[in-house]
Design a protein around this ligand. Structure first.
Ligand SMILES: Cc1cc2nc3c(=O)[nH]c(=O)nc-3n(C[C@H](O)[C@H](O)[C@H](O)COP(=O)(O)OP(=O)(O)OC[C@H]3O[C@@H](n4cnc5c(N)ncnc54)[C@H](O)[C@@H]3O)c2cc1C
Length: 381
């Protein structure tokens, strides 16, 4: 087993969080190493979508922007105005390749693939990381590995990138949530049309159980048949995954480890949105770096108010998904779309929060906010 160089920082994982932090520190005075388990981080497609509420250095990578989002059920379709905060998407492949290229020509960052970190131990002055092939030394670790917890709920999804022969999609509007009428399930379709003849069509659950139905190519084909009968199309590629929805995920770790990314709590529990939060986390950490050891790490990424609101939302969602679908329609029917977007993007003002509370059906929300625990509550694990 070889002992590699000593680094200032080692980043575990070349996912969105690891690469975002590395990008921020390219050509800095720090010597950095990234250790990534996979041999190819582009193997799986991910499309990261978010509202334009926070400036990132990746705006040139944006694949498409939308001014409108639609939320609909069988009876009603509501248009969410995104003129002020455009909804937009970045492909993980474009993001990864852009950053990898910069890392490859940088003088201060090494990246090693097929390196699974299996052990971390503190020596007198240094931290030792062991992989199956090597041992690495550093002063501090940024760790984006997933934690092994059971989560309150998971967002589970399967999507296909569809290319049609004719122009069949309306690429001015994306469909944020198209609720299916499955009883006792919070299931919806999410549709991002990139052009008149190409779109991502995704089937999504928010659920505390592992879902199997309707998360496959057959479902996408059914969807196309139902909505675009006789139109010719092909599926170019697919994306799938699951994202934790749990307000208890936090960044507690040893003093020589800073957790980053989704499993440090950067994922918003009620929505799964993470990309912009990772960018905020990266900016914050980069500013703290000179005094990282003396600065206190924030245990929770999100404020207590947002976590409490998300807790109530997830409890109702898990016990009464049909009710929650109606409640969301009710919320978006009101025209305070900028407040709603800021709320979903984790940047609500006090007034935005008040508006959300006022516009949501109050009786159930009040009931669940007062009734903190229940024997059937999966949250009390
Ligand atoms: C398909 C998909 C679509 C999504 N869409 C959106 C979206 O539209 N908007 C949004 O805001 N968020 C979205 N998300 C959520 C979120 O943005 C992503 O999950 C984000 O990629 C999380 O980044 P991360 O770096 O925390 O974790 P990851 O990207 O999972 O990175 C962790 C890395 O650590 C590596 N690793 C694990 N164990 C080890 C080990 N022992 N040693 C070394 N390396 C290790 C893994 O291989 C991985 O590369 C989506 C997620 C998925 C999966």
């Amino acid at each position: 087993m070889s002992i590699r160089n000593k680094y200032d920082f080692i980043i575990i994982g070349a996912g969105c969080a690891g690469l975002s932090l590395a990008y921020k520190l390219i050509n800095s005075k720090y010597k950095i190493c990234i250790l990534e388990l996979s041999n190819n981080i582009n193997k799986r497609n991910k499309l990261w979508s978010f509202w334009d509420t926070y400036e990132t250095p990746f705006s040139h990578l944006i694949k498409k922007k939308w001014n409108n989002l639609i939320i609909r059920n069988e009876d009603e379709s509501i248009k969410i105005n995104c003129n002020r905060y455009k909804y937009q998407s970045i492909s993980s492949k474009d993001f990864n390749n852009y950053i990898l290229e910069k890392i490859n020509i940088s003088e201060n960052i090494d990246i090693f693939f097929s390196e699974e970190v299996v052990n971390i131990s503190k020596k007198t002055n240094l931290i030792e990381l062991t992989t199956k092939q090597s041992t690495y030394l550093c002063d501090h670790i940024f760790d984006s590995r997933p934690s092994k917890n059971n989560f309150f709920m998971m967002q589970q999804f399967y999507g296909a990138y569809v290319k049609s022969k004719n122009d069949i999609f309306d690429d001015n509007s994306a469909v944020f949530m198209e609720f299916s009428n499955l009883r006792n399930k919070f299931h919806f379709n999410y549709i991002l049309p990139f052009s008149r003849n190409s779109a991502l069509i995704e089937s999504t659950y928010f659920s505390s159980k592992k879902e199997y139905n309707m998360l496959n190519e057959d479902y996408i084909n059914e969807y196309m048949k139902l909505n675009y009968r006789n139109e010719k199309y092909e599926i170019e590629k697919v994306e799938f995954g699951s994202i934790p929805m749990d307000t208890s995920i936090n960044s507690l770790a040893d003093s020589y480890i800073t957790k980053i990314g989704s499993y440090s709590g950067a994922t918003r529990a009620s929505t799964g949105y993470t990309f912009i939060n990772i960018q905020k986390q990266t900016d914050r950490l980069a500013n703290l770096l000179p005094n990282l050891k003396s600065s206190r790490n924030k245990k929770y990424f999100h404020s207590l108010v947002l976590r409490n609101m998300d807790n109530i939302f997830l409890k109702i969602l898990s016990r009464n998904p049909s009710y929650m679908k109606k409640a969301l329609m009710c919320l978006f029917r009101t025209k305070s779309h900028n407040s709603q977007i800021r709320f979903l993007s984790d940047t609500p003002s006090f007034i935005d929060i008040i508006k959300i509370i006022i516009y949501l059906p109050k009786v159930k929300f009040l009931y669940y906010s007062l009734k903190r625990k229940d024997k059937n509550d999966k949250y009390s694990r």
